[in-house]
Design a binder for this molecule. Structure first.
Ligand SMILES: Nc1ncnc2c1ncn2[C@@H]1O[C@H](COP(=O)(O)OP(=O)(O)O)[C@@H](O)[C@H]1O
Ligand SMILES: [Mg+2]
Length: 251
């Protein structure tokens, strides 16, 4: 089986700091791949390199077996990879619906849209509401509210909803539940499961071990810029995973 997304021996340095020291990763069709690791282990750098937010110094990235080199996140997005970065990429002044459609705004039908570029605001709001309902996100009642008026958790929900709605090949979530309450975290995990059920593989970075062990098919453990091991919830316990993560045990 060809991986949907693959990294081969990625290296990324920031001056003298080594962010990634030869990391490989394979995301298989339909799976949830969790990435865990201590702070500074290179988790965010790894997904930034995979999704065009950073350019690796060395190594290869393949999408469905073909080499790709994304120069910016939009390139990856156009290729079907939707990412929610750790430092949230929502536009605070825009409302929920506009955030959902950011960068892929829909125009009105006919000359209004094609010549005068008039946005189909009403249509986007209706579809944004439908999309949120379909995704089971119930904490956002009003899609016309500017995102700056939402709680951290609700903003996170908007970003995750956008990724889930538009990710056609891969969805990547970097600590999506870090700012969320218990109920909202559950919703995000349900969303991850529903993406998997729709056949869309997910890369999930999380510190929440019970969550990771509940939802992941495989777990990539990052340690000091390297992949220390790739395990599964069946092969290893949470205690084993933490031991590998901290260097107390080998895989
Ligand atoms: N833009 C940057 N400039 C300098 N150092 C960075 C930058 N981004 C990440 N790093 C460093 O790279 C290492 C890996 O960071 P990161 O990938 O964010 O870790 P994680 O997401 O696992 O906490 C850390 O030592 C971090 O300080
Ligand atoms: Mg990080």
């Amino acid at each position: 089986m060809i991986p949907v997304l693959e990294a081969r021996s990625l290296v990324k340095t920031y001056g003298r700091v080594v962010g990634l020291d030869g990391v490989s990763l394979q995301l298989m069709p339909g799976e949830v791949l969790a990435i865990i690791g201590d702070n500074g282990a290179g988790k965010s750098t790894l997904i930034k390199c995979l999704t065009g937010a950073e350019t690796p110094d060395e190594g290869e990235i393949l999408l469905e077996g073909k080499p790709v080199s994304f120069k910016r996140p939009q390139d990856a997005r156009h290729a079907g990879i939707e990412t929610v970065y750790q430092n949230l990429a929502v536009s605070p002044a825009l409302d929920v619906a506009s955030n959902l459609y950011l960068g892929r705004e829909e125009r009105r039908a006919g000359v209004l849209g094609s010549v005068f570029r008039v946005l189909d605001t009403k249509g986007m709001r209706v579809r944004a509401r439908e999309e949120l309902t379909r995704l089971g996100i119930t904490t956002l009642q009003d899609v016309t509210v500017p995102v700056e008026n939402l709680s951290g958790g609700q903003r996170q929900a908007v970003a995750v909803a956008r990724a889930a709605a538009f990710g056609s090949k891969v969805v990547v979530l970097d600590e999506p539940t870090a700012a969320l309450g218990v109920r909202e975290s559950k919703q995000v995990i349900e969303l991850v499961k529903s993406l998997r059920d729709r056949g869309i593989p997910v890369i999930l970075i999380s510190h929440n071990m019970p969550q990771v062990f509940e939802v992941a098919d495989r777990i990539h453990i990052q340690r000091l810029g390297k992949c220390a091991a790739t395990i599964t919830p069946k092969s290893h316990s949470m205690t084993d995973a933490v031991a590998i993560m901290t260097g107390a045990a080998a895989a």
